[in-house]
Design a protein around this ligand. Structure first.
Ligand code: ADP
Ligand code: MG
Length: 245
């Protein structure tokens, strides 16, 4: 893929106390690219995601979004989090707000849209994730897969430049995983730039442009999925794949 970098991490290091959780991370995510991040538990995948929308500060190195360093604080940080949406394992919807309100709220507060304008956009996005009929319901009335699709619609409502997914299907019952992955596949086809931490290797094979394999805070491999899955180079990756495939 021609490189038109949207997210760039250069020599990023991060510690939690004495634990070195990100070690000299260099990663470029091109516009429209889908990068799947895999690796053992504790290897730093979530921390990597969290540094990109600055939920975690880094100790050293640089992170660029669209060629500009991430902002440090204040208003521009809220704007950054709108530009780089994040979808978590736990959907984090507001329990006491309807689906429509959940998707509309940040549009009004962060993007400054009028209520009617925000709700019109929300309805479009709910249609896109297959939930148009559920706009008036509350999160507890939806299945886990439906709630996660609401969370995706909410992230999309900010018109993000990129979306980060941290194990978006790990909390779901098996029969709901595919409906969420299908929405993500559609986003990928529509050209959304995505970083996806997942254990769904079928998704990695079918939707990713690249697979990044992490272990102990380092990026050990960064390759096309068909290469990674058929001929992993490192012992760490071979070992990991032998356990999960
Ligand atoms: P992964 O998502 O790959 O499982 P994480 O990024 O969550 O890995 O964690 C990497 C390492 O950092 C783990 O050893 C984890 O225990 C540790 N860690 C993560 N968050 C914190 C935190 N807020 N404080 C201290 N240690 C943390
Ligand atoms: Mg994690």
């Amino acid at each position: 893929m021609a490189v038109d970098p949207l997210i760039e991490l250069r020599d990023v290091n991060k510690h939690f106390g004495s634990l070195h959780v990100l070690r000299d991370i260099n990663l470029t995510v091109g516009r429209g690219e889908v990068v799947v991040v895999i690796g053992p538990s504790g290897s730093g995948k979530s921390t990597l995601c969290r540094t990109v929308n600055r939920l975690e500060p880094v100790d050293s190195g640089t992170i660029l979004l669209d060629g500009r360093p991430l902002p440090e604080e204040g208003k521009s940080l809220a704007r950054l989090r709108a530009e780089v949406g994040m979808v978590f394992q736990s959907f984090n919807l507001f329990a006491h707000k309807s689906v429509l309100e959940n998707v509309s709220l940040a549009q009004i507060k962060v993007r400054g849209r009028k209520k009617e304008q925000a709700e019109a956009r929300s309805r479009e996005l709910l249609e896109r994730v297959g939930l148009a009929a559920h706009a008036g319901k509350y999160p507890a009335q939806l299945s886990g897969g439906q709630q996660q699709r609401v969370a995706i619609a909410r992230a999309l409502a900010m018109d993000p430049k990129a979306l980060l997914f941290d194990e978006p299907t790990s909390a779901l019952d098996p029969e709901m995983i595919n409906e969420v992955l299908e929405v993500m596949r559609q986003l990928a086809r529509d050209g959304m730039t995505m970083v996806v931490v997942t254990h769904e290797m079928g998704f990695a094979r079918s939707a990713a442009n690249r697979v990044v394999f992490m272990a102990d805070g380092s990026i050990v491999e960064d390759r096309a999925p068909e290469e990674f899955f058929t001929a992993p180079e490192s012992d760490r990756a071979k070992d990991f794949l032998s356990k999960i495939l």
